[in-house]
Design a protein around this ligand. Structure first.
Ligand code: SF4
Length: 449
């Protein structure tokens, strides 16, 4: 596992979605955007019950989701250059005592200060590897900071610069809803902890990395496992060796795309809607089920469509279309390849001839890849500039605040997973790390993921 190491010294600003959005706001650029209101002041939205403008604006936020207290005025009123200088100075003062992690989907003004840039799993690995750092500042969303806390040392403080940076997909599977579903499944299948005559359990719960620590703990307690978008097939193979079927959450699309590629018929993949009795299914459907898909999705990846792919092919003959497996099945089917953010990055790096790429994932990453690979033409399939609104809450003002607080000896916004959740959650993560891919060569899609 390798994370992308970014030099500590400030680097020139790459063209990014932030600058494009800011250009649209100032009138110097023409373009479409879903909403620009988080660009300057995410703190205006942190106290209201919603995700704020952006790709997940319409998603329901749970009432118990963390809220962020008011950011001190000096950070709210500072300009971009001042914040940049403050962050750089604080990092220089702290030296190796702090490590800053930046997710691929973060805005450029934050990513430029990251010691490591990667997807959630790579960054969890970076957090685990930097045992010398007293503080790990995770520029990502809440479940990622929780995972870093699970994998880092007990004396290391994991800090999320803005507590309101959740993930609407992770929030779509609450622990109460999952516990309720488990009870209902026990009514259908009987004792869920007792294997049948062939040694198989009735259901193995599998959760995507994009879920709360409470869900990972649930999975760990019930013989289940965590997966990422890179290893979902390997994990499902692991689960099918141990159970008759899988309950997969929170992302229905990753579950469906992966299981379909493994040959599971769609009619054996019923959806579980937590707001309906038996998830909206009957006993017969559940009896035949191989993969029960939780009714969750990513609002960023749900925006991609077959029509966008058709348009890209019509306007760019020979275009290579790569989408993330969180996209709907018909989009994955229409693309040339599907794979995790790391797969997409490596596919572009490996292209030796100038190539046109149409990419179906978060626009911040796509625009950064385009800037890093000027020999290729790289564009986002979605023509509307619409970043993940939860990721976008990590404004440089929050990063400056948490770092300067550390310089002053104060740890703010620490994310701590309680031991009764952390212990089984680590078990589920360790099962994932121990799961090995099948020896035979995988098909193109699985290699991609
Ligand atoms: S891109 Fe989707 S899955 Fe990732 S943090 Fe945003 S809402 Fe969550």
């Amino acid at each position: 596992m390798t994370a992308v190491n970014i030099a500590l010294a400030p680097r020139p600003i790459d063209p990014s979605v932030d600058h494009e959005i800011q250009g649209i706001v100032s009138g110097s650029l023409q373009g479409e955007t879903c909403n620009t209101d988080l660009v300057e002041a995410p703190w205006r939205f942190d106290t209201v019950p919603g995700y704020g403008p952006g790709a997940s604006e319409g998603d329901v936020i749970p009432t118990g989701a963390p809220r962020q207290g008011e950011l001190p005025r000096k950070y709210r009123e500072a300009g971009e250059d001042e914040l940049d200088a403050r962050i750089t100075a604080a990092k220089n003062t702290l030296g190796d005592r702090v490590v800053v992690l930046g997710h691929f989907y973060q805005r450029e003004e934050v990513v430029r200060h990251a010691d490591y840039v990667g997807d959630s799993f790579q960054l969890a690995g970076a957090a685990k590897a930097r045992t010398d750092a007293e503080a790990i500042v995770f520029c990502g969303v809440h479940f990622m900071a929780e995972t870093a806390d699970l994998l880092s040392g007990p004396d290391q403080a994991v800090i999320l610069p803005n507590l309101a940076a959740g993930c609407s997909m992770a929030d779509m599977a609450s622990i109460d809803e999952v516990e309720q579903a488990w009870e209902e499944l026990a009514d259908v299948y009987g004792d869920l902890d007792t294997p049948d005559a062939e040694g198989l359990l009735p259901v193995i719960p599998v959760t995507y990395m994009n879920s709360s620590a409470a869900i990972k703990g649930f999975v760990g307690r019930h013989h289940g496992i965590v997966c990422t978008s890179s290893n979902a097939r390997t994990v499902l193979e692991w689960a099918f060796k141990r159970g008759r079927r899988v309950l997969f959450f929170p992302d229905q699309h990753l579950g469906r795309n992966t299981a379909k590629a493994m040959g599971v018929p769609l009619e054996q993949m019923p959806m579980w809607n937590p707001r309906k009795p038996l998830g909206g299914n009957d006993d017969t459907t559940l009896d035949a089920a191989r993969v029960i898909l939780w009714h969750g999705f990513c609002s960023v990846h749900r925006r991609f469509s077959v029509a966008q792919i058709d348009k890209a092919r019509a306007e760019h003959p020979g275009v290579r279309v790569i989408v993330h497996p969180e996209c709907p099945m018909e989009v994955v089917d229409a693309a040339d390849e599907a794979g995790s953010t790391d797969y997409i990055r490596k596919a572009i790096e490996a292209a030796t001839e100038p190539t046109t790429f149409a990419i179906g994932t978060e626009v911040n990453l796509v625009q950064r890849l385009a800037a890093e690979h000027p020999q290729h033409e790289i564009f986002c399939l979605d023509p509307v500039v619409c970043p993940c609104s939860t990721m976008y809450r990590i404004h440089p003002g929050y990063l400056a605040w948490v770092l300067e607080s550390l310089v002053a000896g104060e740890v703010v916004n620490r994310i701590t997973v309680p031991a009764d959740v952390a212990d089984p959650a680590r078990v589920a993560l360790e099962r994932m790390l121990a799961a090995k891919p099948p020896a035979a060569p995988a098909a193109a899609w699985e290699q991609a993921s």
